[in-house]
Design a protein around this ligand. Sequence first.
Ligand SMILES: *Cc1c(COP(=O)(O)O)cnc(C)c1O
Length: 518
Amino acid sequence: MKYKSTRGGGSHEYYTFEEALLRGYAPDGGLFVPTSLPTIAAECLRSWSSLPYPELAYNVLRMFISPSEINDQQLKDICNKSYAMEEFDDASFIPVKKLGSAFIAELFHGPTFCFKDFGMRPAINLLSHFATLRNRATTILVSTTGDTGPAAVHAVSEAANPLLTIIVHYPHGQISEFQRKQLTTVNSKYVKVAAFEGGGDDMDWPIKETLLMNGDNDAANGERTFCGINSYNIGRPLLQMVHFIWIYFRTVEQLGVEPGDMNYKIDMVLPTGAMGNLTGGYMAKLMGVPIGKLCAGVNINGENRVANQVLNKGEFHKKRIQKTLSDAINIEVPYNFERIAYFVTECNCSLVKEWMAVMEQTHQLTLEPDWQARFRLDFDSASVTDDEMCHVLRIGSATLNYVADPHTAVAMAAAEKLGYKFTTESSAGQIIPMVIIATASPCKFKEAVTVALGQDGWNCWKEKNFPVRAQKTIQMKEVEPFLYPWTEGASLKDVQSLWRQMMLDIVSNNFSLSHELR
Ligand SMILES: *Cc1c(COP(=O)(O)O)cnc(C)c1O
């Protein structure tokens, strides 16, 4: 399998999986996509439906990585290591439970209590594999609105490969205390943490510039390779397909539906930020997994609910972000929209390129009505205020006996708004074939859960449910992160240039090539 840019790139510009994974962005500024999407036939789905998680992941990945790049045994080892049972605190990996008259899939039983572990762990282990194979010092640059960072640093410190290091950046004061502790208590010489005095995606540009700079030194030429692992990296959405397939299986099982039955589709509602998870779900659907509508639950922060506006009204308009109770999905530009647009337009690179050029130049893209209608065939979306999120969190706790994290609660509130009405169990006992995708454990969001449920509500949940491993994180000593300051009166671009230099300094002062290259 080869990869290409959503914007087409040059003619015959195809990349191996390794190249796509390392580069992050395509050289023309687009995002990597596989040159084709294989089909998963109904009988194949049936045969996969009873596989353990690591084997399902292996089978899905095998379709997207050529054996000449990674052989069967290596790929199996990577999947087994990434999804080792002892790292997960629920024997079913992703339990799919009844919630009211629908379902909820808990993707937060991994090491950092967030769905991002599922895509991140194998992506990091693949990078580690290639770093060793090429004897190439690789430094991962990450910017996080909360959960990407912990998943990445945990996986990097566990890989313990001197060739693989990471700097993770978070917006100062805009992640939860628990998330910060997850970053600042990691004790590994391969991990550095920095806080920047800006908004959610203000470190995206400095990182993107740095990644594009190292473009052509893929070969082991003694230089360091920088790599970005946020969900613009194709590794993330590819791997995130696996959990949608798994959730589909666990849901139809409970409904008594044969896996692969196209007459019975399952809708999924997910809290949405950069649309990386949505892209994973969409690729699974396009490959033949009977997923119905994919619905994005988006928070409203100030003006910002771009993901919602673009899916519903075709308006891809950049807005400044403000703090919310669900900060992990605060995002100015949900960049994976580009991949979704690529697939919706049936791989029309020139149209995607045109759309993205308008977006980049004017920060405003409005799709034509025909295209808006086309998006709405596969997607739906609702945006949710903090108040609405808190309201549904209270209903969940009081009537369904279920406490969700604030992001999952955004999806729950969105589902209600979209008409699923799953919180009021129907009198006929009818089950709605819809799954809420629970992306994080409430244990990460004490502040927000307390706003919704009050101190007593939080204490009550905590007493019975707080994971033991999370308790350990709270008690560990924090190491002060680097701080990238805001300069009063300077332009965002100037500040970002300064931050970029600070980032490069951290790399050269802390990750010395001679130590890494043996
Ligand atoms: C990252 C994140 C999301 C959003 O995922 P995207 O792929 O960015 O849309 C949702 N919920 C939580 C808790 C997250 O950390």
